[in-house]
Write a new protein. Structure first.
Length: 367
């Protein structure tokens, strides 16, 4: 089997609800990048990446030039066994994990289709029937956030990521966490997320004020050293996110004691292959994992679900149905949340078939 063509599309995704985050950052309409690898056997593999420039050093319009740079190694290559080709791409073009992620995803899709197996069978097998989801609560006025959390609770959600810091008012952040905890009651996981936009002082003050509410903090500050100081000051468990992007940062987070949980995001690490290696390291380190990505629709969601379902259940904190937060859906038949949980497709490969009519003509074709 050989790859004979690469096609690329840009597609706008609009959030059902605007996400307000620390430092005045918002996430409303974003651009996702879709790629398809066609082979000489008739099989096609799909990949997706949806970079958010203010979140990571990545942007949607940077994907196509990077892929064009890698195209001579991709076209004509054997897609079976994604990691072999990804090693060549890493040697050819250093960095750019976000641009490599959809390529890696599509290679795994093709490999699993060729094996006539769902992807999860190739990366560990199904370890459980379905997985818990978290719901992200946008950072708006404190008294408006409990309604969002309550609605999600009624849908079966038991984990709540509470966005903080949009107004740079630490006392308002305390109220946000208190009111959401009151809304969902004791037991569900509630964690405050500044997207690394808080100062060490403000995060410490918030943490101390809510310590009695059973709260976890998600990467409050930009550096691991600051996060470590907040952990020492508050004694609260911590989830690492923005700073976790390879094995070295995972090891550092563990050594600093700030990685009770960690977000493993496909586009930060560079795709399914890299996240699988990170997952296996986290199993050894003892960290719980949120297997997800920065943003995206059904292709990205499908990939992360296959990784999540093939991970030891005790170590899966949650996964994220990114496609449930945005419109349009790229594949109306793709998995959706049910009673606060979700499972991947059992079809061969990723199990997604994006709507070509929705995507329209490809903006880039390399063959």
């Amino acid at each position: 089997m050989k790859i004979k063509r690469l096609s690329l599309w840009h597609c706008e995704l609009t959030s059902h609800e605007t996400y307000y985050m620390a430092d005045g950052k918002t996430c409303d309409t974003v651009e996702t990048v879709i790629i398809r690898l066609d082979t000489d056997t008739g099989l096609s593999g799909w990949g997706e990446v949806c970079p958010i420039p203010h979140y990571l050093p990545a942007y949607a319009r940077g994907v196509a030039p990077a892929i064009a740079e890698m195209a001579p190694l991709i076209i004509g290559a054997d897609p079976i066994g994604a990691e072999a080709l990804m090693l060549k791409l890493d040697s050819h073009l250093q960095g750019h994990p976000y641009a490599k992620s959809p390529i890696d995803m599509a290679l795994w899709d093709l490999t699993a289709q060729a094996a006539k197996l769902p992807l999860y069978q190739l990366v560990g097998g199904a370890c459980q029937a379905d997985m818990p989801l978290y719901h992200s609560v946008t950072c708006i006025a404190p008294d408006e956030m409990p309604r969002i959390a309550s609605d999600a609770y009624q849908q079966g959600i038991r984990q709540f990521q509470v966005k903080l810091g949009a107004d740079q008012d630490w006392q308002a952040d305390v109220e946000r966490l208190r009111l959401v905890r009151d809304a969902v009651g004791a037991g569900p996981l509630v964690y405050g997320d500044w997207n690394c936009g808080a100062s060490q002082l403000d995060a410490s003050r918030v943490g101390r004020a809510v310590a009695h509410l059973d709260i976890m903090l998600e990467q409050p500050c930009r550096t691991m050293a600051e996060c470590e100081a907040v952990r020492r000051a508050t004694g609260l468990p911590m989830k690492l996110d923005e700073s976790a992007h390879d094995t070295a940062t995972l090891l550092e987070g563990c050594q600093r004691g700030i990685m009770d949980a960690v977000a493993l995001k496909l586009s930060k690490f560079g795709g399914v292959s890299a996240v699988r290696r990170a997952r296996d390291l986290c199993l050894y380190l003892g960290a719980k994992m949120c297997i997800e990505d920065t943003w995206g629709s059904d292709i990205t969601t499908s990939a992360l679900l296959h990784l999540g379902i093939s991970t030891e259940p005790a170590r899966v904190l949650n996964v994220c149905d990114l496609s449930g937060y945005v419109a349009p859906r790229l594949d109306a038949a793709a998995p959706v949340r049910q009673a606060g949980r979700i499972a991947p497709s059992t079809q061969a490969g990723l199990g997604v078939q994006p709507d070509i009519d929705l995507l329209g003509p490809a903006e880039l074709i390399l063959d």
